[in-house]
Design a protein around this ligand. Structure first.
Ligand code: DOR
Ligand code: ZN
Length: 424
């Protein structure tokens, strides 16, 4: 099977910008790149004038499968990924039952074989995410897990986390920390601050996140064990991680688009589609997140794609946390990071593709001969309005409803196959 992608400008984190390029794909691998390539018997994807980057790798996605497939399943989640230019997702283990056994990891991978994106399962650190008994990392790795996490819940003690980090390193698994101290959350549902006071709801202190980030950094530093911090949302977390990196601590971290684009005053509308965990913070936090992205403190942008149905989200105070993100992440990055001049497009692709592959230890992240043919084709000029009903995901809980975004995914190629074309 051959596919010829015609006339793109390649944006590659490793090699930079290369205009007017044809890319020939054979059997799922990039076979040739040149100014002009004859089509021969290849299928042609006319892409003149579009940008072409390595497929995005979203290292924090909730696919809800098994167990909550009314919100999302592996196929619908991967279709949403394709619509967002995302060719690989790491899926979190807070499914029902939790992804804490080799059998569930194998079941996820088997379903994913025919899905529109690559799926890298993240296995639970503790059985049932209950924070008591560690899972069998060797068996989970052998079944195909690439990382471990109790995401959705923190690992309750520093001692358990230290052992998990040690065992994970032995098995070659990344550890992804949902950094939250539940003893500081105490029923809070949005950021502790003016808006929470105005609404008369309990707030979540930034300390709930920062105490946990400091804990993970202390273990990583003392034991020289790698740790990845999920969904960083506060200025304090950025400062702790920046300082740790300066001291040589093997820590990496991600943030999500909503933390560099939205603030907690939006919650005065009592719309649960602005509720996620960690919560939206203040303008000062947004500025610090952007600074962290610019200076390399923040390594990756991941969505924390967390589908919930309209019924689940109906009541502001009791709704579950989480927002969908796969279909808006590239546009959000272009709109709030690249267009205002905070970072270059090349740096955005590094944050959304090359760096996540490195942290997870999976292939991808580069448009080059011999690399997997996972590509996002997009432009940075087309503006569009986010209409929840038009999202491909089964769930429509986007915090960008009605927002005008710039930059649009035109087509997505995964494993050498066109998995998405705008308007098709
Ligand atoms: O907002 C969130 N949603 N944060 C989490 O940690 C879990 C996630 C979910 O599973 O819905
Ligand atoms: Zn989390």
């Amino acid at each position: 099977m051959k596919l010829l992608v015609r006339g793109v400008t390649v944006v590659d984190p490793a090699t930079g910008i290369r205009p007017h390029t044809d890319i020939l794909i054979e059997d799922g691998v990039i076979a040739e790149m040149a100014d002009f390539l004859p089509s021969g018997d290849a299928q042609i994807l006319q892409a003149d004038g579009w940008l072409c980057a390595p497929g995005l790798v979203d290292m924090h996605v909730h696919l809800r499968d098994p167990g909550q497939t009314y919100k999302e399943d592996i196929y619908s989640g991967c279709r949403a990924a394709a619509a967002g230019g995302v060719t690989a997702v790491a899926c979190m283990p807070n499914t029902t039952p939790a992804a804490d056994s080799p059998a569930i990891i194998r079941e996820i991978l088997q379903k994913a074989e025919t899905a529109d994106a690559r799926v890298y399962p993240v296995a639970a650190i503790t059985k049932g995410l209950a924070g008591e008994e560690q899972t069998d990392f060797a068996a989970l790795k052998a079944a195909g897990a690439v990382a471990v996490s109790d995401d959705g819940r923190p690992v309750p003690t520093a001692g358990m986390m230290q052992r998990a980090m040690l065992d994970a390193r032995l098995e070659g698994l990344s550890v992804l920390s949902h950094s939250e101290d539940l003893s500081l959350v105490r029923g809070g549902i949005i950021n502790a601050g003016e808006t929470a006071q105005k609404l008369g709801v309990r707030g979540i202190s930034r300390a709930a996140e920062e105490v946990a980030v400091a804990r993970e950094v202390a273990i990583a530093g003392a034991e020289n064990l790698p740790i990845h911090i999920c969904h960083v949302s506060t200025a304090g977390s950025v400062a702790i991680i920046r300082d740790a990196k300066r001291r040589g601590v093997p820590v990496t971290c991600e943030t999500a688009p909503h933390y560099f684009s939205l603030t907690d005053d939006l919650l005065v509308t009592r719309d649960a589609n602005y509720r996620m965990n960690p919560p939206l913070r203040t303008a000062a936090d947004v500025a610090a997140i952007i600074e962290g992205i610019k200076d390399g403190t923040i390594d990756a942008i991941a969505t924390d794609h967390a589908p919930h149905s309209a019924e689940d989200k109906a009541d502001f105070e009791t709704a579950p946390n989480g927002v969908v993100g796969l279909e808006t992440s590239l546009s959000a990055g272009i709109t709030w990071l690249v267009n205002p001049g905070h970072i270059t497009l090349k740096k955005l692709i590094e944050l959304m593709s090359a760096n996540p592959t490195a942290i997870l230890g999976v292939p991808g992240g580069s448009v080059a001969v011999g690399q997997p043919a996972d590509l996002v084709l997009f432009d940075t000029d087309t503006a569009w309005t986010v209409e929840p009903d038009k999202l491909v995901s089964k769930s429509k809980n986007t915090p960008y409803a009605g927002k005008r975004l710039t930059g649009r995914v035109m087509a997505t190629v995964c494993r050498g196959k066109i998995v998405y074309e705008l308007g098709e």
